[in-house]
Write a protein that binds this ligand. Structure first.
Ligand code: AGP
Length: 615
């Protein structure tokens, strides 16, 4: 986690770094820091809290001049969030300065050795250890900064994206990457460094994404030089033209990114199937699948790995793949999968789902599956992300940047991509008739308009939120395709409103959770008229007999559940397969409003970060 930003060029670095840090706050936001260098002196400002706090502190305490700067927004791993542990960190001499995103796993043994050799430490961080190791190497070996960074990194175990400068070299920043993302924006006689391209998108469209185990010397007036950290081999920078635009990463009139992103879903789903779903011609075109069709068709099984919301999308996909394409699917938490010595064969296809494309556990699961011979396919949102590059093939969700920590449009666009894949494979396998295939394609084409209609329930949902905003617990129930939606609804509520919530398959309620039900317990039930409707109705009866409060998400025109429930939220009717794309929307809005009414920071909930780049 953590976001890093750097600048070297002809402009004042301060506003670029501060704005950049604000754009990267989704990566961590418990403390922040900035260092500015005017060629002679450095100015350092660090604080616990948000970038806004850093801005206030910096204005009051330091000179904001300097054409070179580094900034950091932190999600604490080693050491509590406070000013001292915030980055940037100086080396003991005060000559070298570092920012770091990642974890140095063997920092304790390195620190012990450095202490024995007279080094002292102010913070509890692994990062301060790394900068002093670099300093020691530089002095002992009599080498330049770039070489010292390289030698030091060959001694560390862990993950990093770092930017380091030396006060004796005012025109140079050294960067390196392993496991954490790092992009270099290339402007006219200026360079930008950041965890993703959002901090520099208004200045340049040209960027280089460092590969793992690569480092670069970023020197003014010189082209970027890339080297492999391990063997010093020269690597050639692949300069990419960025597609991102500035409007996409601003709030665009909404109070919060989460709300904006919820409302973007009709567009995001449409963009995700645009050019792929050709309903008129009865075709689904997906390059990543077309080119690897045999792998999918001959697969023993599909293993889906992901974390959090992406894992929920994987569960929906399990239902879709097995139901439509009749391919066995297993869905695994990446963090469990990678450590449990799973049986993986060359005939397995592993699908990794990740919005950010940077989730450490998912990335590690991919690497393991590749080593064991599986074909690995990625479903990612962030173009050029580590997972997108690490997989053999893939399909992007075209959701656009998701900044709110709570995943919303990522979930529905992931389901859209996975549905397209399942439909395509089902068709290729001859699992259903042309007319059924065509009907599902047409229904999928109609989803954006139905999401739009569902969003019109916002005011009603806000009223329901007002009734339940002070609840301490909440239960979410669904069956079949909508069981994962129940899990996702519960995750949304707990992560942004801090209300304890559980998602369950409705039938499992009797095996335990029913004991929790009383007149204080709101139970959100997804009860669409397709699938196991009658069974869900029975579950609702059981809740009602125990005086639980029922909020039901139903298809328009529902009569049975409408009579039983305390609150009804209607979504337009669609096929059972596609229903999660609609039923999930009210649950997102409900969480949003409840969190807002409880005074929670909706976009940046406590203790969380958008991309979990540490395990
Ligand atoms: C969901 O709202 C979360 N913020 C979180 O569970 C997220 O989905 C998870 O960390 C996985 O992230 P990824 O999709 O970027 O891999």
């Amino acid at each position: 986690m953590c976001g890093i930003v750097g600048y070297i060029g002809h402009r004042d670095a301060y506003p670029i770094i501060i704005k950049g840090l604000q754009r990267l706050e989704y990566r961590g936001y418990d403390s922040a820091g900035i260092v500015l260098f005017d060629g002679e002196d450095t100015q350092l400002s660090k604080t616990k809290g948000k970038v806004e706090d850093l801005k206030d502190k910096s204005k009051a305490t330091i000179s904001t001049k300097g054409k070179l700067g580094l900034g950091h927004t932190r999600w604490a791993t080693h050491g509590v969030p406070n000013g001292v542990n915030s980055h940037p960190h100086y080396s003991n001499s005060g000559n070298l300065v570092i920012i770091h995103n990642g974890i140095i796993e063997n920092y304790e043994s390195i620190k012990k050795a450095l202490v024995e050799r007279g080094y002292t430490f102010e913070s509890d961080t692994d990062t301060e250890v790394l900068i002093n190791l670099i300093e020691e190497v530089k002095e002992k070996e009599g080498v330049k900064l770039g070489k010292a960074v390289q030698i030091a990194l060959n001694q560390v175990i862990g993950a990093y994206a770092i930017a380091v400068f030396d006060k004796s070299k005012p025109d140079e920043i050294v960067v390196a990457k392993l496991g954490s993302p790092l992009a270099i924006g290339i402007g006219e006689n200026e360079y930008f460094i950041a965890s993703d391209a959002s901090p520099f998108i208004e200045f340049t469209n040209n960027a280089v994404y460092l590969e793992d185990e690569e480092m670069a010397i970023v020197r003014l007036g010189k082209e970027i030089k890339l080297r492999k950290i391990k063997d010093d081999a020269i690597a050639y920078p692949n300069i990419q033209e960025l597609q991102l635009n500035i409007e996409e990463i601003e709030k665009g009139g909404y109070d919060h990114f989460m709300l904006k992103e919820i409302y973007e879903q009709p567009r995001a789903i449409l963009d995700t199937y645009r050019g792929r779903l050709l309903a008129n011609q009865g075709i689904i075109r997906m390059a990543g699948i077309d080119q690897n069709l045999e792998k999918f068709l001959n697969a023993n099984r599909i293993i889906i790995v992901a974390c959090g919301t992406s894992w929920h999308a994987g569960l929906v996909a399990e239902y879709i793949f097995e139901d439509l394409a009749r391919i066995p699917v297993e869905v695994e938490y990446a963090s469990e999968f990678r450590y449990r010595n799973p049986v993986i064969t060359e005939n397995d296809v592993l699908i990794a789902i990740s919005q950010s494309g940077e989730t450490a556990d998912t990335l590690a699961a991919i690497k393991m599956a590749k080593e064991r011979g599986a074909f690995v396919f990625g479903v990612c949102n962030v173009v050029g992300s580590s997972i997108a590059r690490e997989t053999h093939a893939g399909a992007y969700t075209h959701a656009g940047p998701e900044i709110g920590v709570a995943s919303t449009k990522a979930f529905t666009t992931q389901i859209t991509v996975l549905t397209l894949i399942a439909l395509k494979l089902a068709k290729e396998k001859g699992e259903f008739t042309d007319s059924k295939f065509h009907e599902l394609l047409t229904q999928l084409e109609g989803i954006p308009a139905k999401v739009e209609k569902t969003l019109q329930s916002n005011v009603l949902i806000e009223q329901i939120a007002d009734v339940y905003k002070d609840s301490t617990n909440c239960l979410y129930l669904g069956r079949g395709y909508n069981f994962p939606v129940a899990l996702e609804g519960a995750l949304k509520l707990k992560e942004i409103s801090y209300i304890h919530a559980e998602g369950y398959p409705a039938a499992e309620m009797k095996h335990g959770p029913i004991a929790l039900i009383d007149d204080q317990m709101p139970v959100i039930v997804i009860a669409t008229r397709k699938g196991h409707y009658e069974k869900v109705v029975s579950n609702i009866q059981e809740i009602k007999s125990r005086h639980g409060k029922i909020i039901a998400v139903v298809f328009e025109g529902d009569e049975t559940v409408t009579q039983l429930a305390d609150h009804i939220i209607e979504v337009p009717e669609t096929s059972e397969t596609l229903s999660p794309l609609l039923t999930t929307i009210p649950l997102q809005l409900l969480s949003y409003h409840i969190a807002l009414m409880r005074g929670c920071n909706v976009d940046q909930p406590r203790n969380l970060a958008k991309s979990v780049t540490v395990e």
